[in-house]
Ligand binder design. Structure first.
Ligand code: FE2
Length: 246
């Protein structure tokens, strides 16, 4: 078993996150949501991504009208302010921007679903409330699906209301949602129930992507600490993810 692992993941079992290649969930556009608050912080977080072995970042500031008063234009303008600093820092990493869309019962009324920020073709990162799902969830997802979006559900392990009704997760999967688990859910960063649910997705082979959901330097420090946890890193490496396809 161990020999096979080394053979598959040479040269070392799990020194960093370079095996993922691409991260598709972070909040690096300064001043538009609860993520990075300055260009300097964004650069610090990007340097951290480089140190952890990532080659490409799709950063995904929140689109969530009830919490963050930003528009797509604000996100684009914020990213344009960040770009020259990235170029000047000469970081060996590719950086793109999309968004993490909060899907609630008003989503279809509030968003122009013909023009959403996507990546790798029409991949769309969506999140749900951590308290309760919108009553019209599958109607909304259906409208997105017929527009051709390939849905990636951010951190399903944080939607604990489905933990006792696991069939809902299977329904989401059958519907075509790909699941993106947060790396830090595996460390217990969001609590034990979230960790347990993340582990259940691994057991059921329901994990498609691993994401950082990086907001702050604190997250970066936690991810670097995770890299030192050989047992956890070996566990992660025993699975396959689709990050590098993005
Ligand atoms: Fe996020």
């Amino acid at each position: 078993m161990l020999f096979g692992l080394f053979k598959k993941n040479k040269p070392t079992a799990a020194a960093d996150f370079s095996f993922l290649g691409t991260d598709m969930h972070s909040h690096l556009v300064p001043g538009v949501d609860d993520g990075s608050d300055s260009v300097e912080t964004s650069l610090e977080l990007l340097r951290g991504f480089v140190e952890m072995g990532y080659q490409k970042i799709v950063t995904t500031p929140h689109t969530r009208p009830d919490y963050f008063p930003n528009t797509e234009a604000d996100l684009r303008a914020g990213f344009e302010r960040l770009k020259p600093a990235i170029a000047q820092a000469n970081l060996p990493i590719e950086v793109e921007m999309a968004s993490e869309y909060f899907v609630d019962y008003e989503f279809l009324q509030q968003q122009d679903i013909n023009n959403l920020l996507t990546f790798a073709g029409k991949h769309l990162l969506i999140e749900l409330s951590t308290y309760q799902p919108p009553p019209n969830l599958f109607d909304t997802l259906f409208q997105l699906k017929i527009k051709g979006y390939q849905l990636i559900l951010a951190h399903p392990e944080r939607y604990g209301y489905y933990a006792s009704d696991f069939q809902q997760f299977e329904k989401l999967k059958d519907f075509g949602c790909q699941f993106q688990v947060n790396l830090l859910s595996l460390t217990g960063n969001y609590g034990k129930p979230t960790r347990d649910l993340a582990m259940k997705f691994f057991k059921q082979k329901m994990v498609d992507f691993l994401g950082t959901d990086m907001h702050t330097v604190k997250h970066l420090d936690s991810l670097k600490a995770m890299q030192q946890d050989g047992k956890l890193m070996r566990f992660v490496l025993e699975h396959e993810f689709r990050n590098a396809s993005l």
